[in-house]
Design a protein around this ligand. Structure first.
Ligand SMILES: Nc1ncnc2c1ncn2[C@@H]1O[C@H](COP(=O)(O)OP(=O)(O)OP(=O)(O)O)[C@@H](O)[C@H]1O
Ligand SMILES: [Mg+2]
Length: 296
């Protein structure tokens, strides 16, 4: 993104005063069972909507496959988490500035490395990463899709989960599998569903009802309805422009829906429980795959 365009976007965003960030950051994972349902689009635009409301938001791109938050944000990060892991740079240097005061941390291969560090390295890294608790009010983690071990580890460690599905039965089935993969025993994160590409509000509502009924019947747990986004050409057009649709098409139906979702996100704020500190603790270091060599 060139400097002029960046400055213009910052101006357009009209950033409100920062909140004090005294408590740990609110850590929410944006995830899905099925791939390609709109996680990254939602994470980026929701982050911007929250940024406009004066929150300090950091997006952590934890997609172990194809990381693409940077593409949708229109920023090019110079570093990623792996350089923080290898202690070449401080976390603050790895944070990349995006529009609306939103900052972005690319996980790169660093997310995978996180799970098999030696205890001294881990301790040093964790105190580095905990700076995010002071730097951010909200950390949105864009995960890969599916129920693979790495994804589930990240999702389970988050305080809350924004689960994205489309109304398609295959996507709903995969969303169910994701909820099934969440830890039980009182440790499971709160799950809120966003139905993306809904044909109508009624279709979004019936998608939520279908999934929540199956989850309650077979998993004896509840998910909450966070809202929906319509299928909107503005989304794919913005992707092609490598811009968030909230900026390129602020009056689109998708942009209005994301504003509603941001409000619901804020209305449903859970009590903060040590933010990033708790997140990294819950990453479950002891369950690292045995075939991984420890990084010294
Ligand atoms: N509400 C929508 N209306 C129209 N098109 C959409 C909508 N949401 C997403 N798309 C389209 O779907 C594509 C995939 O979206 P996105 O990359 O956000 O999905 P994802 O879940 O992050 O995918 P992955 O699982 O590969 O990470 C976008 O490039 C966009 O073209
Ligand atoms: Mg994605």
């Amino acid at each position: 993104m060139n400097d002029q365009a960046f400055a213009l976007r910052q101006l357009m965003c009209d950033i409100a005063p920062k909140s004090d960030g005294a408590a740990g950051a609110r850590v929410a994972a944006v995830t899905s069972g099925k791939g390609g349902v709109g996680k990254t689009s939602l994470a980026v635009n929701l982050a911007l909507a929250l940024g406009r409301r004066g929150l300090r938001v950091v997006i952590l791109d934890a997609d172990f496959g194809l990381a693409n938050v940077n593409v949708l944000l229109g920023v090019t990060p110079a570093f990623d988490l792996s350089q923080v892991v290898s202690r070449r740079i401080d976390l603050r240097e790895a944070l990349c500035d995006g529009p609306c005061g939103v900052r972005f941390l690319s996980g790169g291969s660093g997310m995978r490395e996180l799970t098999h560090l030696s205890p001294p390295r881990l301790g040093a890294l964790m105190s580095n990463l905990r700076q995010l608790d002071d730097l951010a009010d909200v950390v949105l983690i864009d995960t890969g899709a599916g129920v693979g071990e790495q994804v589930l580890r990240v999702v389970n460690a988050a305080q809350e989960v924004i689960l994205v599905t489309t109304p398609e039965p295959t996507a709903i089935m995969d969303a169910y599998a994701l909820v099934k993969g969440l830890a039980g025993e009182g440790g499971a994160p709160r799950v809120r569903l966003v139905v993306n590409r809904a044909g109508s509000p009624e279709e979004a509502e019936s998608t939520f009802k279908t999934l929540s009924a199956v989850v309650r019947l077979y998993l004896k747990t509840d998910i909450e309805n966070m809202g929906s986004l319509p299928s909107d050409e503005a989304v794919s057009r913005a992707v092609r422009l490598q811009q968030p649709f909230l900026i390129s098409f602020p009056r689109s139906a998708a942009a209005r829906s994301v504003e509603d979702l941001a409000q619901r996100f804020l209305d449903g704020e859970p009590p903060r429980k040590n933010g990033l500190r708790a997140f990294f603790k819950r990453m479950d270091w002891d369950k690292s795959p045995k075939d991984n060599t420890e990084i010294q």
